[in-house]
Design a protein around this ligand. Structure first.
Ligand code: TLP
Length: 351
């Protein structure tokens, strides 16, 4: 029985009965010995989908990013990231603690960087400076509001990186959303990065699991660090089975999430004191500002909770909504009605 409409994140989904069945029936073995057939099948499948030599299963998207950073860099190196990116902001300072790197932050447009910005940020070859080693991109970009990296920009950035001896890591926690929304295959995106992390536990609805994909020597290096970071798991085919099920059954339906996010944004635009641009909704997220409601974002969040709708406030002004497979069409209408009760309409207020 579902009490709340949960729009806080696409990480909150429950495994479906069919997914649980696939998990229960999974063939398993000790993956630290490389003997879990379901994990091996998932790794081959994701490497194939991304057009990479190899892939490795890890517990979380955070570990996938941090292992990639650790495996690409040496302590003291500099990593170019977008200022609101996940690895820089939401991974507990892992870049400095686990890899000893420093981040060079550039401000993108809804998270999207231009090759020219990166070019300017690359350090000269001089002993005063850190060595610029890696560029991290995020597609879709979380704090950018689920924005899609235009493939042309990724190509430009990758070509620049190669011409300057840099590596590129793609945080593709929601690459599936970008792919379905833009009609660009995951491998078309992935070819413009040396390593890619992807999550099964976001829009695809698996309870756990991420992978890193890349060249065979790179994944061998990630494998060593995965052990060091404590991410080597045992009969984990139970989780890999959920991932395989999710890739096979939950990819195409992401379109519904994107339509629902757009519908939320269009509905919110009609309400009082909100600043939202539905044209900026490209995938399954809506980020909007409360500008003139007489309430802060946390107060709106509290009021919505009393209406049975969970949303995520960040800062005083900003709210994020994320659609996913446990938010059916009719819940979008119910959520909008709740927003209307809390905020009122621009014309003909209901309060
Ligand atoms: N993002 C979570 C929170 O950590 C903010 C969310 O609710 O969106 N990369 C990106 C782009 C992500 O959005 C996330 C999760 C991760 C990596 C980390 O994945 P996990 O939570 O599996 O460590």
């Amino acid at each position: 029985m579902k009490d709340f409409i949960d729009l806080r994140s696409d990480t909150v989904t429950q495994p479906t009965p069919a997914m649980r069945k696939a998990m229960a029936e999974a063939e398993v073995g000790d993956d630290v010995f490389g003997e879990d057939p379901t994990v091996n099948a998932l790794q081959r499948k994701v490497a194939n989908i991304l057009g990479k030599e190899a892939a490795i299963f890890v517990p979380t998207g955070t570990m996938a990013n941090q292992l990639s950073i650790r495996s690409h860099t040496q302590p003291g190196d500099e990593v170019i990231v977008e200022a609101s990116s996940h690895p820089y902001n939401f991974e507990g300072g892992g870049g400095s603690a686990l890899s000893g790197v420093q981040f060079h932050c550039l401000v993108g447009l809804r998270g999207i960087l231009d090759a020219s910005q990166i070019e300017e940020a690359i350090r000269p070859d001089d002993h005063h400076f850190p060595i610029t080693r890696l560029v991290c991109l995020e597609n879709t970009h979380n704090r950018g509001g689920g924005s899609i990296y235009p493939i042309a920009k990724m190509v430009e950035i990758y070509r620049l990186a190669k011409s300057r001896g840099l590596l590129v890591h793609l945080d593709g926690a929601r690459l599936w959303n970008a792919s379905v929304a833009a009609g660009v295959q995951p491998n078309e995106y992935a070819q413009w990065a040396d390593s890619v992390s992807v999550c099964l536990s976001k829009g695809l609805g698996a309870p756990v699991g991420s992978l890193v994909a890349g060249s065979r020597p790179f994944i061998d290096r990630v494998h060593r660090f995965r052990k060091m970071f404590g991410g080597g798991m045992r009969q984990v085919g139970i989780l890999a089975a959920a991932g395989i099920y999710a890739l096979d059954h939950h990819m195409e339906r992401l379109k519904e999430d994107h339509q629902n996010a757009k519908r939320l944004a269009l509905g919110l635009k009609e309400l009082k004191g909100i600043s939202v641009d539905p044209d900026h909704v490209e995938t399954n997220m809506v980020i909007f500002d409360v500008v003139n409601t007489g309430m802060t974002a946390p107060q709106v969040t509290e009021a919505m909770k009393r209406e049975g709708v969970l949303i995520h406030a960040f800062g005083k002004m900003h709210i994020r909504l994320v659609t996913h497979l446990d938010v059916p069409n009719e819940d979008i209408d119910r959520a909008l009605q709740a927003f209307e009760r809390v905020l009122g309409r621009t014309t003909g207020s209901t309060r």
